[in-house]
Design a protein around this ligand. Structure first.
Ligand SMILES: [Zn+2]
Length: 314
C-alpha cells in the first residue's frame, strides 16, 4: 500500500465440496531483536495478547493470513516473507508497505495458457509448488513509522485486531492490502514503458480495459499501454466476477470499476489499485483510509477473475 478450468484433481475436490482454505504461512525475515523479533515489552492491545513488540507484530501477520486464507481456496501453502525495513517516508507522506510475488509462471495447462500468473496462484492451478526453493510473496513494512521524520504525528503502528487504531496506522489493514498485491492484485507490465514482462502478457492485464480506445491492455501496443497507464479515470476492470459483485459492494453501480491511473505515473501504484473515487473506500485503493474494517470487499472478486477459487465463505 502506498503508500497482484481447474486441473482434474482440483475439479474433483470442488465437486466433493471440500475446496479447502489455502494455508498462508509467515516467514520471518527480520534480524535478531528487530521488527518481528523485537523483544521490547508491550501491553496486549485490541485482542492481540502478545507482550513483546515482535510477537505482537507477528500475531497481526497471522491474523491477516487467516483472513485471506479463509477467502481463498487452494491446496498449496502460500509462503510470505515478511520484514520491517525503512521505506520512503517524510513527516507528511510515507510508504507503509510494499509487496509482490517473488516469481511468476505460465503453463499451457492453465486457464489462460499464454500469460504470466503470480506464483502463489500458479501453484494452486498446478496443484503443486512450482518454486520449491523460495517463498511466494515478499512483503515489507515501514520500520520507521512513527519515528522522527516519518509521520511521527501518527504515533506508529496499531497492533490490535479491533480497528480501534485512533490516530495510529492500522497494521492489519496494511498487511491485508499488501497480501492482496502478493496474491495477484498487480500487473507485471512496466508502466513507465508499457512493456510486458519478457514480452508476455500477465493475467491481471487481460482484464484491464482502456475506455478511450475501448480495448483491453493485451490488445494495445507498448506505447499505447504506457499512455493508458496515465489515462486518468479511463481504465477499468472488465471481469465477470467483479461485475457481479460490484453492485453489492459499491454504492455507485458500475459493473466495470475504475483502476487508479493518475495523470502522473506513480510507479508501483498506478494501475495496481482501484481508483480513489470508488465508494465506499476499498482495501485496494492506493492510500489507506481510516474507515476500512478488515474486510476484503471487492478484492476477492478480482481474485476470482484472475483464477483463484474462493471458499464457500465468500
Ligand atoms: Zn498497494
Amino acid at each position: 500500500m502506498r503508500a497482484l478450468p481447474m486441473l482434474g484433481a482440483l475439479a474433483l475436490l470442488s465437486i466433493a465440496g471440500t475446496a479447502q482454505a489455502v494455508t498462508i504461512t509467515i516467514v520471518n525475515k527480520d534480524a535478531a531483536n528487530a521488527g518481528l523479533n523485537d523483544p521490547t515489552a508491550v501491553e496486549p492491545v485490541g485482542g492481540n495478547p502478545a507482550t513483546t513488540a515482535g510477537e505482537q507484530a507477528l500475531n497481526v501477520f497471522k491474523k491477516a493470513a487467516e483472513i485471506w486464507g479463509a477467502s481463498l481456496a487452494g491446496n498449496v501453502e502460500v509462503k510470505v516473507e515478511a520484514s520491517f525495513v525503512p521505506l520512503q517516508c517524510s513527516e507528511t507522506y510515507g510508504t507503509l508497505g510494499s509487496a509482490g510475488p517473488m516469481s511468476s509462471y505460465w503453463d499451457a495447462s492453465f486457464p489462460n495458457s499464454s500469460v504470466w500468473y503470480p506464483i502463489a496462484l500458479a501453484n494452486q492451478l498446478a496443484g503443486r509448488d512450482l518454486a520449491t526453493t523460495k517463498a511466494d510473496i515478499q512483503a515489507r513494512f515501514n520500520s520507521e513509522l512513527g519515528k522522527s521524520g516519518c509521520l511521527s504525528s501518527r504515533g506508529g503502528w496499531y497492533m490490535g485486531f479491533d480497528g480501534n487504531h485512533g490516530n495510529r496506522i492500522d497494521l492489519l489493514t496494511v498487511i491485508l492490502h499488501e497480501f492482496g498485491h502478493g496474491l495477484g492484485f498487480l500487473t507485471f507490465v512496466n508502466s513507465s514503458t508499457g512493456e510486458e514482462m519478457s514480452g508476455r502478457a500477465d493475467i491481471y492485464e487481460t482484464f484491464l480495459r482502456d475506455r478511450t480506445k475501448n480495448k483491453l491492455w493485451t490488445e494495445l501496443t507498448d506505447d499505447e499501454r504506457k499512455a493508458s497507464a496515465l489515462n486518468s479515470r479511463n481504465v477499468s476492470w472488465d471481469g465477470a466476477a467483479v461485475s457481479e459483485a460490484a453492485s453489492s459492494v459499491l454504492s455507485t453501480s458500475t459493473p466495470t470499476p475504475l483502476m487508479y491511473t493518475p495523470a502522473t505515473l506513480e510507479s508501483g501504484s498506478s494501475v495496481c489499485h482501484w481508483d480513489k473515487s470508488l465508494s465506499p473506500n476499498l482495501l485496494m485503493e492506493p492510500v489507506i483510509n481510516n474507515d476500512l474494517t478488515h474486510g476484503l470487499d471487492l478484492t476477492t472478486a478480482l481474485m476470482k477473475d484472475i483464477g483463484w477459487t474462493l471458499t464457500s465463505q465468500q
